[in-house]
Design a binder for this molecule. Structure first.
Ligand code: C2E
Ligand code: CA
Ligand code: CA
Ligand code: CA
Length: 277
């Protein structure tokens, strides 16, 4: 009933209103969606800025309602988190990642898929066991996966340290997502043993604009370097941004310049085309 383009632009409050008008409370609608398995994934390429090759993908969830309308994650993930439904969504996301990418990952040990995990997932005992069991089933390696967690998910130092350590001990990689939007101190991050730092799009946007935020990118890069973390920039839309990042030692990037999120079948087509070149 509601065109995708319209939904993509509305606020959270707008989305709630909209669903209310369709006479369904959102948490109830999410429960139905879980039961009907209405979630699916798109994948965005992550490139190595120096070689231009794809180092991997980020998996991004979408919700296709029975009306055919596709709802973007910014509209329903926060509500799923508030209503204790996120862990169930994450289970379906992990299943979908395995279904889509399993055989490709098993054949390509160097390839990565980034998966977004919410604070509740990160703090759940189920995460590690579920990941291990799934990797065994598809015969892929834990190192094929990068768990992306925001600073919100790392708020409790004791839990954060334990979880990252356990995941990494079992071979999974951990990235701090949306970096720069939270309040983590350098010394705290130093104690966490992470693999990647993803620089939030808001800072990439500012590159070359002369705005005060444009100064911050340099500081973030310096900080990541001090911490010995590999860096990924998100939301790279222009060649000038890519050049700046590469010049400053950021190795990986994703964004519309390289490819929008797309179905895995399309990813496979592009990978095959690149191999033929
Ligand atoms: P995120 O993890 O920061 O993901 C990056 C977002 O930036 C994605 O939005 C992506 O489509 C968008 N993006 C990528 N390149 C560009 C660009 O060049 N320009 C612009 N303007 N945008 C770009 P998306 O798919 O709407 O996802 C939004 C957020 O929803 C994600 O932000 C993540 O926090 C959350 N999310 C997505 N999938 C999942 C999931 O499976 N589980 C959980 N817990 N959260 C998810
Ligand atoms: Ca992410
Ligand atoms: Ca991000
Ligand atoms: Ca972001």
């Amino acid at each position: 009933l509601v065109p995708v383009g319209l939904l993509a632009g509305v606020t959270l409050a707008g989305a709630i209103l909209l669903l209310a008008r369709q006479q369904m409370a959102l948490p109830a609608a999410l429960k139905t969606a879980l039961r009907r398995k209405e979630f699916f994934l798109e994948y965005q390429p992550v490139v190595d800025l120096r070689s231009g090759r794809w180092m991997g993908l980020e998996a991004l969830v979408r919700w296709r309602r029975q009306t055919g309308e596709v709802v973007m994650p910014d509209l329903f993930i926060p509500l799923a988190e508030e209503n204790d439904l996120i862990v169930r969504i994450t289970r379906q996301v992990l299943d979908a990642v395995c279904r889509d990418t399993g055989s490709y990952l098993a054949a390509h040990p160097e390839f990565h898929v980034g998966i977004n995990v919410s604070p509740a997932d990160f703090h759940s005992r189920e995460l590690l066991a579920g990941l291990q069991q799934r990797m065994a089933t598809i015969q892929a390696r834990p190192a094929n996966l990068i768990l992306e967690v925001t600073e919100r998910g790392l708020l409790d130092p004791r839990v954060a340290r334990e979880t990252t350590r356990a995941l990494r001990r079992h071979g999974f990689a951990v990235a701090i997502d949306d970096f720069g939007t939270g309040y983590s101190s350098l010394s705290y991050l130093e104690s966490l043993e992470l693999d990647y730092l993803k620089i939030d799009r808001s800072f990439i946007e500012a590159i070359g604009t002369g705005a005060p935020t444009s100064q911050v990118v340099g500081h973030i890069i310096g900080m990541a370097r001090d911490l010995g973390l590999r860096m990924m920039a998100e939301g790279v839309e222009s060649q000038a941004q890519a050049d700046f990042l590469c010049r400053h030692g950021v190795q990986f990037a994703q964004g519309w310049l390289f490819g929008q999120p797309m179905p895995f079948a399309e990813i496979l087509r592009r990978l095959a085309a690149a191999e033929d070149e």
